[in-house]
Design a protein around this ligand. Structure first.
Ligand code: 13P
Length: 265
């Protein structure tokens, strides 16, 4: 088949995921969900293939938020989980607990987990292995620090972070989402320029395609780091940016809805 007639796989459906971090309680989640639903309209992912929306609240909020989102098509995501199936791990949360609550996604390897709580690539790979084949899809976060960027080590760092999961874990093909979140852009108001983000996304895409072929082309790579309504459209228009992981701007349902709706333009 000539290049002109080759049919490229369809672009992945963008995913816009809120990461509330340690903000918003269960009682605050209910009015939030009502406001977001009103603003987005109830569009189930089955009915509207334009984009998917997910929210990752703190663990104690998952149940109430899940109930408040019932029938909306907005997915529930967890911010973390433990790699073991069950046991004496005080303060931790298992995959089965997340499945029970109807979680569709779980963040793993967020830079705050790596930096503040000392999570290693090996531990993150174990979490990915726990999620493989389950109903909860991993959103693997990767990203370099300011120092690493200044040392021109960005690609080396993100490729190591993604590679350690791809090397050690089977069965993630078609399920895993990747999120590039440069640490220096998180919560700082500094956003990577769309071109700079695209450069890293293209490198991650190349890795995914080498391992997974067409599935790699269709794997969603989200951008995170000070995404807000005013910059979402430009970021999302980059060819390898397939959605966003939104922190601060997701705490306000209006701002989060506007960020999500930027996918439509
Ligand atoms: P901000 O959008 O607040 O920069 O946070 C990004 C983030 O860490 C999402 O996971």
């Amino acid at each position: 088949m000539s290049a002109a007639t080759r049919i490229s796989p369809p672009a992945p459906i963008p995913l816009i995921c809120a990461n509330w971090k340690m903000n918003l309680s269960a009682s605050e989640a209910e009015p939030y969900a009502a406001a977001l639903r009103a603003r987005l309209g109830d569009r189930s992912a089955d009915l509207n293939k334009a984009f998917e929306v997910a929210i990752a609240p703190a663990h104690p909020v998952l149940d109430r938020l899940g109930r408040a989102l019932e029938g909306s098509g907005i997915a529930l995501a967890a911010q973390n989980l433990h790699a073991e199936e069950s046991g004496a791990f005080t303060g931790e949360v298992s995959l089965r607990m997340l499945e029970d609550l109807g979680c569709h996604f779980a963040l793993i390897g967020h830079s705050e987990r790596r930096q503040i709580f000392g999570e290693t690539d090996a531990q993150i790979a174990e979490k990915a292995a726990r999620l493989a084949g389950s109903a909860v899809k991993p959103i693997l976060c990767v990203g370099e620090t300011l120092e690493e960027r200044e040392q021109k080590r960005t690609l080396e760092v993100v490729e190591r972070q993604l590679g350690s999961v791809l090397d050690q874990v089977d069965g993630l093909e078609g399920a895993m989402v990747v999120a590039y979140e440069p640490v220096w852009a998180i919560g700082t108001g500094r956003t990577a320029t769309p071109e700079l983000a695209q450069e890293v996304h293209a490198a991650l895409r190349a890795m995914l395609e080498t391992r997974w072929g067409t599935v790699g082309t269709q794997t969603r790579i989200l951008y995170g780091g000070s995404v807000k309504p005013s910059n979402a459209r430009e970021l999302l228009s980059q060819p390898d940016i397939n959605g966003a992981l939104v922190g601060g701007a997701s705490l306000d349902p209006e701002a989060f809805a506007e960020t999500a709706l930027a996918c439509l333009n």
